[in-house]
Design a protein around this ligand. Structure first.
Ligand code: ATP
Ligand code: MG
Length: 366
Protein backbone atom coordinates (compact mmCIF):
# COMPACT_ATOMS: atom_id res chain seq x y z
CA UNK A 1 0.00 0.00 0.00
CA UNK A 2 1.13 3.54 -0.50
CA UNK A 3 0.00 7.10 -0.15
CA UNK A 4 -0.41 8.73 -3.58
CA UNK A 5 -1.62 12.23 -2.79
CA UNK A 6 -2.02 14.23 0.37
CA UNK A 7 -4.09 17.36 0.75
CA UNK A 8 -4.27 18.99 4.19
CA UNK A 9 -5.95 22.18 5.32
CA UNK A 10 -6.00 23.87 8.72
CA UNK A 11 -3.86 21.13 10.26
CA UNK A 12 -1.22 22.16 12.87
CA UNK A 13 0.93 24.84 11.18
CA UNK A 14 -0.41 24.06 7.69
CA UNK A 15 -2.83 26.48 6.07
CA UNK A 16 -2.91 24.31 2.98
CA UNK A 17 -0.52 21.71 1.63
CA UNK A 18 -0.87 19.41 -1.32
CA UNK A 19 1.68 17.00 -2.70
CA UNK A 20 2.13 13.82 -4.67
CA UNK A 21 4.14 11.12 -2.94
CA UNK A 22 6.57 8.62 -4.43
CA UNK A 23 5.72 4.96 -3.87
CA UNK A 24 9.30 4.54 -2.61
CA UNK A 25 11.28 6.91 -0.42
CA UNK A 26 10.09 10.44 0.34
CA UNK A 27 12.57 12.65 2.14
CA UNK A 28 11.02 15.52 4.08
CA UNK A 29 13.67 18.09 4.80
CA UNK A 30 13.44 21.32 6.77
CA UNK A 31 14.79 23.24 9.74
CA UNK A 32 13.38 22.73 13.22
CA UNK A 33 9.75 23.68 13.85
CA UNK A 34 8.81 23.98 10.15
CA UNK A 35 6.19 21.22 10.15
CA UNK A 36 7.96 17.95 9.32
CA UNK A 37 6.54 15.96 12.21
CA UNK A 38 3.16 17.63 11.72
CA UNK A 39 3.11 16.25 8.19
CA UNK A 40 3.83 12.69 9.34
CA UNK A 41 1.21 13.11 12.06
CA UNK A 42 -1.42 13.92 9.42
CA UNK A 43 -0.60 10.68 7.57
CA UNK A 44 -0.90 8.66 10.79
CA UNK A 45 -4.20 10.37 11.60
CA UNK A 46 -5.67 9.66 8.18
CA UNK A 47 -4.80 5.98 8.47
CA UNK A 48 -5.69 5.35 12.10
CA UNK A 49 -7.92 8.18 13.27
CA UNK A 50 -5.49 9.00 16.06
CA UNK A 51 -2.35 10.95 16.81
CA UNK A 52 0.46 9.63 18.98
CA UNK A 53 1.08 13.17 20.23
CA UNK A 54 -2.29 14.19 21.61
CA UNK A 55 -5.86 13.15 22.29
CA UNK A 56 -7.15 16.72 22.14
CA UNK A 57 -8.56 17.57 18.74
CA UNK A 58 -8.18 21.31 19.34
CA UNK A 59 -4.39 20.96 19.28
CA UNK A 60 -4.51 19.49 15.80
CA UNK A 61 -6.35 22.44 14.32
CA UNK A 62 -4.35 25.39 13.07
CA UNK A 63 -4.53 28.32 15.50
CA UNK A 64 -7.43 30.54 14.43
CA UNK A 65 -8.99 27.97 12.06
CA UNK A 66 -12.44 26.47 12.67
CA UNK A 67 -11.55 22.92 11.62
CA UNK A 68 -8.87 20.77 10.03
CA UNK A 69 -9.49 18.84 6.82
CA UNK A 70 -7.24 15.96 5.73
CA UNK A 71 -7.61 14.08 2.48
CA UNK A 72 -5.55 11.32 0.92
CA UNK A 73 -5.54 9.21 -2.18
CA UNK A 74 -4.12 5.84 -1.33
CA UNK A 75 -3.26 2.78 -3.39
CA UNK A 76 -4.30 -0.16 -1.27
CA UNK A 77 -6.00 -3.57 -1.63
CA UNK A 78 -5.21 -3.41 -5.34
CA UNK A 79 -7.06 -0.18 -6.11
CA UNK A 80 -7.13 3.52 -5.52
CA UNK A 81 -9.02 4.54 -2.39
CA UNK A 82 -9.69 7.80 -0.61
CA UNK A 83 -9.61 8.75 3.05
CA UNK A 84 -10.82 11.96 4.62
CA UNK A 85 -10.92 13.27 8.20
CA UNK A 86 -12.48 16.53 9.28
CA UNK A 87 -11.64 17.50 12.84
CA UNK A 88 -13.41 20.06 14.98
CA UNK A 89 -12.40 21.54 18.30
CA UNK A 90 -14.32 20.87 21.52
CA UNK A 91 -17.12 18.36 21.68
CA UNK A 92 -18.25 18.33 18.07
CA UNK A 93 -17.40 14.84 16.77
CA UNK A 94 -14.92 14.47 13.95
CA UNK A 95 -16.04 13.12 10.60
CA UNK A 96 -14.30 10.19 8.93
CA UNK A 97 -14.82 9.05 5.35
CA UNK A 98 -13.57 6.06 3.43
CA UNK A 99 -14.12 6.15 -0.33
CA UNK A 100 -16.69 8.89 0.14
CA UNK A 101 -18.73 6.89 2.67
CA UNK A 102 -18.98 8.33 6.16
CA UNK A 103 -17.70 6.01 8.90
CA UNK A 104 -18.67 5.97 12.54
CA UNK A 105 -15.41 4.82 14.07
CA UNK A 106 -11.71 4.80 13.34
CA UNK A 107 -11.82 1.00 13.37
CA UNK A 108 -13.73 1.10 10.08
CA UNK A 109 -10.77 2.77 8.39
CA UNK A 110 -8.49 -0.13 9.28
CA UNK A 111 -6.44 -1.69 6.53
CA UNK A 112 -6.52 1.15 4.00
CA UNK A 113 -3.45 3.04 5.13
CA UNK A 114 -1.43 1.21 7.76
CA UNK A 115 1.48 3.15 9.17
CA UNK A 116 4.41 2.35 11.39
CA UNK A 117 5.95 5.40 12.99
CA UNK A 118 9.45 5.41 14.33
CA UNK A 119 10.69 8.46 16.23
CA UNK A 120 13.65 9.19 18.51
CA UNK A 121 11.60 8.57 21.68
CA UNK A 122 11.03 5.02 20.44
CA UNK A 123 14.76 4.38 20.54
CA UNK A 124 14.58 4.75 24.32
CA UNK A 125 11.26 2.99 24.78
CA UNK A 126 12.85 0.05 26.57
CA UNK A 127 14.41 2.38 29.14
CA UNK A 128 11.37 4.62 29.66
CA UNK A 129 8.33 4.20 31.86
CA UNK A 130 5.72 1.51 31.22
CA UNK A 131 3.25 3.95 29.67
CA UNK A 132 5.52 4.54 26.68
CA UNK A 133 5.66 0.79 26.01
CA UNK A 134 1.90 0.42 26.39
CA UNK A 135 1.40 3.25 23.93
CA UNK A 136 3.70 1.60 21.42
CA UNK A 137 1.81 -1.69 21.73
CA UNK A 138 -1.60 -0.04 21.64
CA UNK A 139 -0.85 2.04 18.52
CA UNK A 140 0.19 -1.13 16.72
CA UNK A 141 -2.63 -3.35 17.99
CA UNK A 142 -5.34 -0.79 17.28
CA UNK A 143 -4.33 -0.77 13.63
CA UNK A 144 -4.02 -4.53 13.43
CA UNK A 145 -7.27 -5.35 15.25
CA UNK A 146 -10.26 -3.01 14.95
CA UNK A 147 -12.00 -4.96 17.75
CA UNK A 148 -9.08 -4.22 20.03
CA UNK A 149 -9.40 -0.56 19.18
CA UNK A 150 -13.07 -0.63 20.20
CA UNK A 151 -12.36 -2.59 23.40
CA UNK A 152 -9.57 -0.24 24.42
CA UNK A 153 -11.79 2.79 23.89
CA UNK A 154 -14.51 1.21 26.04
CA UNK A 155 -12.02 0.24 28.72
CA UNK A 156 -10.59 3.75 28.92
CA UNK A 157 -14.07 5.24 29.14
CA UNK A 158 -15.07 2.87 31.95
CA UNK A 159 -11.83 3.50 33.78
CA UNK A 160 -12.33 7.24 33.59
CA UNK A 161 -15.86 6.91 34.99
CA UNK A 162 -14.73 4.58 37.75
CA UNK A 163 -11.95 7.00 38.68
CA UNK A 164 -14.52 9.73 39.00
CA UNK A 165 -16.76 7.59 41.20
CA UNK A 166 -13.83 6.78 43.48
CA UNK A 167 -12.55 10.34 43.56
CA UNK A 168 -15.96 11.77 44.50
CA UNK A 169 -16.85 8.96 46.95
CA UNK A 170 -17.36 11.39 49.85
CA UNK A 171 -19.28 14.06 47.94
CA UNK A 172 -21.41 11.57 45.97
CA UNK A 173 -21.67 8.38 48.08
CA UNK A 174 -24.74 7.21 46.14
CA UNK A 175 -22.58 6.70 43.05
CA UNK A 176 -20.82 3.86 44.85
CA UNK A 177 -23.95 1.76 44.27
CA UNK A 178 -23.14 1.47 40.58
CA UNK A 179 -19.47 0.65 41.18
CA UNK A 180 -19.99 -3.17 40.99
CA UNK A 181 -21.47 -2.80 37.51
CA UNK A 182 -18.45 -0.83 36.34
CA UNK A 183 -16.10 -3.31 37.94
CA UNK A 184 -17.68 -6.28 36.21
CA UNK A 185 -17.56 -4.64 32.80
CA UNK A 186 -13.97 -3.49 33.39
CA UNK A 187 -12.98 -7.09 34.09
CA UNK A 188 -14.78 -8.37 30.99
CA UNK A 189 -13.28 -5.80 28.65
CA UNK A 190 -9.91 -5.94 30.42
CA UNK A 191 -9.83 -9.72 29.84
CA UNK A 192 -10.31 -9.10 26.13
CA UNK A 193 -7.41 -6.65 26.08
CA UNK A 194 -5.13 -9.14 27.82
CA UNK A 195 -6.10 -11.86 25.39
CA UNK A 196 -5.20 -9.68 22.38
CA UNK A 197 -2.02 -8.40 23.97
CA UNK A 198 -0.70 -11.84 24.89
CA UNK A 199 -0.95 -12.99 21.27
CA UNK A 200 0.39 -9.77 19.83
CA UNK A 201 3.42 -9.60 22.12
CA UNK A 202 4.23 -13.22 21.46
CA UNK A 203 4.36 -12.63 17.69
CA UNK A 204 6.14 -9.30 18.10
CA UNK A 205 8.84 -10.84 20.29
CA UNK A 206 9.44 -13.70 17.86
CA UNK A 207 9.73 -11.41 14.84
CA UNK A 208 11.94 -8.93 16.71
CA UNK A 209 14.30 -11.65 17.87
CA UNK A 210 15.05 -12.51 14.24
CA UNK A 211 15.99 -8.90 13.45
CA UNK A 212 18.03 -8.54 16.61
CA UNK A 213 19.81 -11.79 15.86
CA UNK A 214 20.76 -10.52 12.39
CA UNK A 215 22.02 -7.25 13.74
CA UNK A 216 24.02 -8.66 16.62
CA UNK A 217 25.41 -11.43 14.44
CA UNK A 218 23.60 -13.99 16.58
CA UNK A 219 25.58 -12.95 19.67
CA UNK A 220 22.52 -11.98 21.73
CA UNK A 221 19.26 -13.80 22.26
CA UNK A 222 16.28 -11.42 22.23
CA UNK A 223 13.23 -12.37 24.32
CA UNK A 224 10.09 -10.41 25.14
CA UNK A 225 7.89 -11.05 28.19
CA UNK A 226 4.44 -9.59 28.61
CA UNK A 227 3.44 -8.63 32.16
CA UNK A 228 -0.13 -8.12 33.29
CA UNK A 229 -2.23 -8.32 36.47
CA UNK A 230 -0.62 -10.71 38.98
CA UNK A 231 -3.62 -13.03 39.34
CA UNK A 232 -3.49 -13.87 35.62
CA UNK A 233 -1.52 -17.11 35.56
CA UNK A 234 -1.89 -17.65 31.81
CA UNK A 235 -2.66 -14.67 29.56
CA UNK A 236 -3.53 -17.13 26.76
CA UNK A 237 -6.41 -18.59 28.83
CA UNK A 238 -10.01 -18.10 27.70
CA UNK A 239 -11.56 -14.67 28.07
CA UNK A 240 -13.97 -16.13 30.66
CA UNK A 241 -11.05 -17.41 32.75
CA UNK A 242 -9.19 -14.10 32.39
CA UNK A 243 -12.32 -12.25 33.53
CA UNK A 244 -12.40 -14.38 36.71
CA UNK A 245 -8.70 -13.74 37.31
CA UNK A 246 -9.24 -10.01 37.03
CA UNK A 247 -12.26 -10.15 39.32
CA UNK A 248 -10.33 -11.91 42.05
CA UNK A 249 -7.57 -9.27 41.87
CA UNK A 250 -10.17 -6.53 41.94
CA UNK A 251 -11.95 -8.00 44.95
CA UNK A 252 -8.74 -8.21 46.93
CA UNK A 253 -8.05 -4.53 46.16
CA UNK A 254 -11.58 -3.22 46.70
CA UNK A 255 -10.85 -1.77 50.13
CA UNK A 256 -7.59 -0.21 49.09
CA UNK A 257 -9.31 1.42 46.11
CA UNK A 258 -11.95 2.95 48.37
CA UNK A 259 -9.33 4.15 50.82
CA UNK A 260 -7.02 5.66 48.23
CA UNK A 261 -9.74 6.80 45.82
CA UNK A 262 -7.75 5.35 42.91
CA UNK A 263 -8.13 2.51 40.41
CA UNK A 264 -5.50 0.04 41.56
CA UNK A 265 -6.27 -3.00 39.50
CA UNK A 266 -6.58 -3.89 35.84
CA UNK A 267 -4.54 -4.15 32.62
CA UNK A 268 -4.09 -0.38 32.30
CA UNK A 269 -0.80 -0.98 34.14
CA UNK A 270 0.44 -3.68 31.74
CA UNK A 271 4.02 -3.68 30.55
CA UNK A 272 6.53 -5.76 28.64
CA UNK A 273 10.17 -6.41 29.21
CA UNK A 274 12.85 -7.21 26.67
CA UNK A 275 15.81 -9.32 27.69
CA UNK A 276 19.03 -9.84 25.78
CA UNK A 277 20.56 -13.20 26.61
CA UNK A 278 18.57 -13.16 29.84
CA UNK A 279 19.44 -9.61 30.99
CA UNK A 280 16.71 -6.98 31.07
CA UNK A 281 17.42 -4.10 28.67
CA UNK A 282 15.66 -1.71 31.04
CA UNK A 283 18.11 -2.44 33.82
CA UNK A 284 21.29 -3.52 32.08
CA UNK A 285 21.08 -2.52 28.41
CA UNK A 286 23.87 -0.37 27.00
CA UNK A 287 22.92 2.56 24.76
CA UNK A 288 23.68 0.59 21.65
CA UNK A 289 21.84 -2.53 22.82
CA UNK A 290 18.81 -0.47 23.81
CA UNK A 291 18.67 1.17 20.40
CA UNK A 292 19.22 -2.00 18.42
CA UNK A 293 16.50 -3.78 20.39
CA UNK A 294 14.12 -0.87 19.76
CA UNK A 295 14.87 -0.94 16.02
CA UNK A 296 14.19 -4.68 16.03
CA UNK A 297 10.82 -4.08 17.70
CA UNK A 298 9.80 -1.49 15.12
CA UNK A 299 10.87 -3.63 12.17
CA UNK A 300 8.95 -6.50 13.76
CA UNK A 301 5.84 -4.35 14.07
CA UNK A 302 6.10 -3.54 10.38
CA UNK A 303 6.52 -7.20 9.52
CA UNK A 304 3.47 -8.29 11.55
CA UNK A 305 1.36 -5.71 9.76
CA UNK A 306 2.61 -6.90 6.42
CA UNK A 307 1.90 -10.51 7.34
CA UNK A 308 -1.64 -9.67 8.43
CA UNK A 309 -2.72 -7.53 5.53
CA UNK A 310 -0.43 -8.90 2.85
CA UNK A 311 0.67 -5.33 2.17
CA UNK A 312 3.68 -3.41 3.32
CA UNK A 313 2.60 -0.64 5.74
CA UNK A 314 3.89 2.87 5.18
CA UNK A 315 6.96 3.50 7.31
CA UNK A 316 7.44 6.93 8.85
CA UNK A 317 10.91 7.64 10.18
CA UNK A 318 10.76 10.89 12.11
CA UNK A 319 14.30 12.18 12.67
CA UNK A 320 15.34 8.74 13.69
CA UNK A 321 18.14 8.08 11.22
CA UNK A 322 20.13 11.10 12.35
CA UNK A 323 20.09 9.60 15.86
CA UNK A 324 21.77 6.42 14.68
CA UNK A 325 25.38 5.64 13.92
CA UNK A 326 26.13 4.70 10.28
CA UNK A 327 26.03 0.94 10.89
CA UNK A 328 22.56 1.12 12.45
CA UNK A 329 21.41 3.51 9.73
CA UNK A 330 22.51 1.03 7.10
CA UNK A 331 20.81 -1.82 8.92
CA UNK A 332 17.51 0.06 8.93
CA UNK A 333 17.89 1.24 5.32
CA UNK A 334 18.71 -2.27 4.10
CA UNK A 335 15.65 -3.67 5.83
CA UNK A 336 13.35 -1.11 4.25
CA UNK A 337 14.36 -1.39 0.64
CA UNK A 338 10.75 -2.18 -0.31
CA UNK A 339 7.54 -0.35 0.51
CA UNK A 340 6.84 3.35 0.96
CA UNK A 341 8.88 5.35 3.45
CA UNK A 342 8.73 8.93 4.65
CA UNK A 343 11.94 10.11 6.26
CA UNK A 344 12.20 13.46 7.99
CA UNK A 345 15.51 15.13 8.69
CA UNK A 346 17.02 18.56 9.03
CA UNK A 347 19.77 18.00 6.47
CA UNK A 348 19.61 15.75 3.45
CA UNK A 349 23.15 14.51 4.01
CA UNK A 350 23.73 11.01 2.75
CA UNK A 351 20.01 10.25 2.36
CA UNK A 352 19.44 12.53 -0.60
CA UNK A 353 19.93 9.80 -3.19
CA UNK A 354 17.26 7.59 -1.66
CA UNK A 355 14.24 9.21 -3.34
CA UNK A 356 12.17 12.35 -3.84
CA UNK A 357 12.96 15.30 -1.57
CA UNK A 358 10.27 17.61 -0.23
CA UNK A 359 11.58 20.78 1.38
CA UNK A 360 9.32 22.29 4.05
CA UNK A 361 9.48 25.82 5.40
CA UNK A 362 6.84 27.38 7.67
CA UNK A 363 4.20 24.86 6.71
CA UNK A 364 4.80 25.17 2.97
CA UNK A 365 6.69 23.30 0.30
CA UNK A 366 9.57 25.35 -1.09
P1 ATP B 1 11.82 19.48 14.52
O1 ATP B 1 12.87 19.34 13.47
O2 ATP B 1 12.27 20.39 15.60
O3 ATP B 1 11.27 18.19 14.99
P2 ATP B 1 9.40 19.86 12.93
O4 ATP B 1 9.60 20.41 11.57
O5 ATP B 1 9.16 18.41 13.05
O6 ATP B 1 10.62 20.34 13.83
P3 ATP B 1 6.74 20.21 13.97
O7 ATP B 1 6.74 19.37 15.18
O8 ATP B 1 6.12 19.63 12.77
O9 ATP B 1 8.22 20.69 13.62
O10 ATP B 1 6.04 21.60 14.41
C1 ATP B 1 6.19 22.80 13.71
C2 ATP B 1 5.47 23.91 14.41
O11 ATP B 1 4.06 23.71 14.41
C3 ATP B 1 5.80 24.19 15.87
O12 ATP B 1 6.58 25.36 15.96
C4 ATP B 1 4.45 24.40 16.56
O13 ATP B 1 4.42 25.54 17.35
C5 ATP B 1 3.51 24.52 15.39
N1 ATP B 1 2.14 24.06 15.72
C6 ATP B 1 1.79 22.94 16.41
N2 ATP B 1 0.45 22.88 16.53
C7 ATP B 1 -0.05 23.97 15.92
C8 ATP B 1 -1.37 24.48 15.73
N3 ATP B 1 -2.43 23.82 16.19
N4 ATP B 1 -1.51 25.64 15.03
C9 ATP B 1 -0.43 26.29 14.57
N5 ATP B 1 0.83 25.88 14.74
C10 ATP B 1 1.04 24.74 15.40
MG1 MG C 1 9.91 16.96 14.32
Amino acid sequence: MHLCELNIRGWRNYEELRFTAEPGVNLIVGDNAQGKTNLLESIVYLGSGRSWRTQKSAELIRFGDAFADLEAKVFSEGREQTLRSVIFPGRRPRQLWRNGVKKKSAGELAGVLNTVLFCPEDLLVLKSGASARRKLGDMALCQLRPNYDAALAEYNRLLEQKSKILKDRFEQPAWLDILPEYNLRLCQVGALLISYRARFYESLGKAASVYHGQFSGGAEEFTLDYHTVSTVADPFASVAKLTEDLQSHMESHARAELESGQCLTGPHKDDFDVKLSGLSVKTYGSQGQTRTAAISLKLAQRELMKRESGEEPVLLLDDVLSELDPSRQDFVLNQISSGQVFITCCEQGRFTKLGQTIQIRKGQIV
